[in-house]
Design a protein around this ligand. Structure first.
Ligand code: HEM
Length: 275
């Protein structure tokens, strides 16, 4: 981040336009001489972090996993499309209002299921302030104050005690349909047992962008699948089962250099086909 800010400052000092993005505007707002500009350097770095990593890469990486997994599941895309039609009643995307979004439960289920298996932040580094005791099986373990603890999200989110068939990517597990109804609008979202799903972390310092990312995920999916289908570019003679396996392998070949991301997405070519 410091390098990006330094490069922008150099460009501005040389009378060049800089990258022209948000970072350029932020760097212009720093008063490098008196250090009493509109923004301090620390505030600028905070904003760069927010915009580039916390606010952008997190959601973008989840979307990448989500689109890749969806591409291998045409039936699932039909399932989502069915909901989009039921909710929007054929209204064009330009006329969709914010109040539609909580009603796209299947779309949200796809996003949640992707976060369950491919959370961009795979564990949350924390420190105990006061001493605490934790139940581990039969034992009570005392954790002294000031101890680093690292709850591993992905471990909990794939624990078979709470998530049956945990490694299968199955968005429908999030949808509950009341017994006597066939209406899509009556479907409800699963509320996981407390402490078994927390990709945005929990508590007072949890993610401030949770709502933004939820709306982004649902909006991207709904506005894409209302008019398009995503397809995998198949190899000669490849069966649907093999395609699915190739996609799964591609998603499971990932790294956590900064946030969880696919190592070689180009191993699976995708196409976006208009309906
Ligand atoms: C799917 C998308 C996202 C996921 C999974 C996610 C996850 C997280 C997690 C696990 C934390 C750590 C919280 C903690 O320390 O307990 C966090 C912090 C944060 N997130 Fe997100 N995030 C997402 C999207 C966003 C977006 C879109 C924004 C901004 C618009 C954002 C802004 C932040 C900020 C500023 C923090 C630091 C909060 C603090 O320390 O007080 N995040 N996020």
């Amino acid at each position: 981040m410091t390098k990006v800010v330094a490069e922008e400052k150099m460009a501005i000092d040389d009378g060049k336009p800089g990258s022209g993005g948000l970072v350029t505007s932020l760097v212009r707002a720093i008063d490098h001489v008196s250090k009493r500009g509109v923004l301090s350097l620390e505030e600028t770095l905070g904003n760069v972090f927010m915009i580039n990593f916390a606010g952008l890469d997190t959601t973008a990486n989840v979307l990448a996993f989500m689109i890749m997994r969806l591409a291998a599941e045409p039936d699932l895309q039909d399932w989502v499309h069915e909901e989009i039609l039921a909710i929007t009643q054929g209204r064009p995307v330009e006329d969709w209002e914010y109040d539609l979004f909580p009603r796209f439960k299947r779309c949200y289920a796809v996003f949640l299921e992707t976060l369950r298996l491919y959370a961009p932040v795979t564990g949350v580094p924390k420190m105990t302030t006061s001493g605490q005791t934790v139940q581990v099986g039969e034992r009570l373990v005392a954790i002294p104050p000031g101890t680093d603890v690292f709850p591993m999200l992905l471990g909990i989110q794939t624990d078979p005690r709470y998530w049956p068939d945990p490694f299968t990517w199955k968005p429908s597990r999030w949808i509950l349909r009341p017994e006597r109804s066939t209406e899509i609008e009556d479907e409800q979202l699963l509320v996981p047992q407390n402490g078994t799903f927390f990709p945005w972390s929990e508590g007072t310092q949890s993610c401030v962008g949770k709502k933004v990312s939820q709306i982004e995920g649902v909006a991207v999916l709904a506005s894409l699948l209302v008019t398009h289908r995503i397809r995998v570019q198949t190899e000669p003679g490849e069966t649907q089962k093999q395609v699915k396996k190739r996609v799964e392998d591609c998603c499971d070949d990932n790294n956590f250099d900064i946030l969880l991301e696919i190592n070689n997405p180009s191993k699976v070519g995708l196409e976006c086909v208009e309906l």
